[in-house]
Design a protein around this ligand. Structure first.
Ligand code: NAD
Length: 481
């Protein structure tokens, strides 16, 4: 890619191209070419970032909220101006079509705007006292402190922005460690904040092997909060490390979203939405609809139409061909992860109606895959696939579908399609998940909280909750002297 930037870390306002631990290649998943070399931070460089974040917090938390707001608004103007360039890098690094990467960048700017506005509004509250002698009882939201932001590769601009927005608006300094597959997407984003005037040390950007880097950063006394988006297994590990130091922790983890389609649903709109959204970002989305539970009376028709639509999804190198609808998986390890799901369906444990195989040649491509009636104990119906594969099973009673939907330890998103008001209300209440959408599949917006329960994590990003997640609650009371 002609305009792939030289990769540099940002420590205390200084861009650093040399990682004292060497470097690792960043690969374009559509053609397996090396895009660039990512420097890996040494322990000393991580310590320098921690010291910078410590000093940066003192400065930024003392900056009036209105000034923080102005800087963040300048940053989002720059992000929007640079959206095309940033989106091209997203597509090169992880493969999604420009028709998805550009809206991701624009949407990320909206997320920052909302959080920046929140800085002006989050004034706390006054509580009436029980005694005439107590003059005031204030509840204040104070910034939690230097925060470690660990982000994955599937939304390499939007997910850092969800964390950066709340943290910077609230007055926290940060050390961002993006996924090793998508460092330049994060770097271009950070450049916009620096160019907008965020002071030195307030945002630091480091790269490296995720295990040792995150362990070192979390263990530091400087760190007060850790926010992680990624797999449940890693989230549990990092949560335990954060707990040892009594540090705030927000895990946004995996999901395995059920979709219940009732027999009275608007059939065409339901099947069109499901078959489109399932293959967006090649299914590598934590809230991707994945377990389809369809009323038996419409099951055969739904399965046939879903499979037909899936077989027509145009797969290819989205960076080279703008008509491509689904790019490659983000890295080579995702191919065996998909094959692991499909292998398990042998011996009548599910019927692969379309797809089911890697697409040969260069790049990490996998066919859009639809499986009819996967076994209840199949990997597909129980483990997060995080790829372009859908399982569809029939149900007879709505309560039975809800029980299946609620049967896993995940609880991120859940969806349903129904034409009945009563069923809408029932499903909205009965589905056990952090986010429930009825008659559509959109649960992420800048204004609304995004987060899960159970093995999908806890806490929220986005909305007022996203801002409050970077604050401590402080009670201040004053009596007459
Ligand atoms: P992976 O576990 O190798 O990596 C996923 C992410 O976690 C990467 O960004 C990586 O940098 C980070 N990571 C890995 N080990 C870490 C550690 N010890 N400390 C800190 N960060 C660490 O898996 P993968 O094959 O790249 O991704 C697939 C799985 O990851 C999926 O099953 C899915 O659950 C999860 N994932 C979830 C999201 C999400 O949005 N919730 C995003 C990406 C990946």
């Amino acid at each position: 890619m002609a305009s792939y930037p030289q990769l540099k870390m940002l420590i205390n306002g200084e861009w650093i191209a040399d990682g004292a631990e060497g470097s690792m290649p960043v690969i374009n998943p559509a053609n397996e070419e090396i895009l660039g070399q990512m420097p890996k931070a040494s322990t000393e460089q991580l310590d320098a970032a921690l010291a910078a974040a410590d000093a940066g917090f003192a400065k930024w938390s003392a900056t009036p909220a209105i000034e923080r707001y102005k800087v963040l608004r300048r940053a989002t103007d720059l992000i929007r101006e640079r959206a095309e360039t940033i989106a091209r890098v997203v597509t090169a690094e992880m493969g999604k079509p420009m028709s998805q990467s550009k809206p991701e960048v624009m949407g990320a700017a909206d997320v920052i705007d909302f959080q920046a506005e929140e800085a002006k509004r989050a004034g706390g509250r006054l509580v009436p006292s029980r005694s005439a002698n107590i003059l005031s009882q204030q509840v204040r939201h104070v910034p939690v402190g230097p925060s470690i932001l660990l982000t994955p590769w599937n939304f390499p601009v939007n997910l850092p922005c969800r964390k950066l927005g709340g943290a910077l608006a609230a007055g926290c300094s940060v050390i961002l460690k993006p996924a090793e597959d998508t460092p330049a997407s994060a770097q271009l984003l950070v450049e916009a904040f620096v160019d907008a005037g965020v002071p030195d040390g307030v945002i630091n950007l480091v790269y490296g092997d995720p295990g040792p880097v995150s362990e070192h950063l979390i263990a530091s006394d400087v760190t007060r909060k850790v926010s992680f988006t990624g797999s449940t297994a890693v989230g549990k590990h990092l949560g335990a490390l954060a707990a040892q130091g009594m540090k705030r922790f927000t895990p946004e983890l995996g999901g395995h979203a059920p979709v219940i389609v009732s027999e009275n649903a608007n059939f065409e709109s339901a099947v069109a939405a499901c078959a489109t959204v399932k293959f967006r970002n090649a299914g590598q989305v934590c809230v991707s609809p994945t377990r389809f539970l369809v009323a038996r009376s419409i099951y055969d028709k739904f399965v046939a139409e879903f499979a037909d639509r899936a077989s027509k999804v145009k797969v290819g190198d989205a960076g080279a061909d703008e008509t491509v609808e689904m790019g490659p998986l983000a890295h080579g390890r995702r191919i065996p992860a998909m094959e692991y799901m499909v292998e398990d369906l042998g011996g009548n444990r599910g019927e692969v109606l379309t797809g089911g195989k890697a697409i040969g040649g260069r790049g990490f491509f996998f066919e859009p895959t639809v499986v009819a009636a996967p076994a209840a104990d199949s990997r597909l119906m129980n483990e997060e696939p995080f790829g372009p594969i859908a399982g569809i099973v029939p149900f007879d009673e709505l309560e039975e579908a809800v029980a299946t939907a609620n049967s896993l330890r995940y609880g991120l998103a859940a969806y349903a399609f129904t034409g009945s008001q009563d069923e809408s209300y029932y499903l909205g209440s009965a589905l056990r998940a952090g986010m429930v959408a009825i008659n559509h599949l959109l649960v992420a917006s800048p204004e609304t909280p995004f987060g899960g329960i159970g093995d999908s994590g806890f806490g929220s990003e986005g909305g007022v909750e996203g801002y409050l997640g970077y604050t401590d609650t402080k009670f201040v009371t004053v009596a007459a002297s």
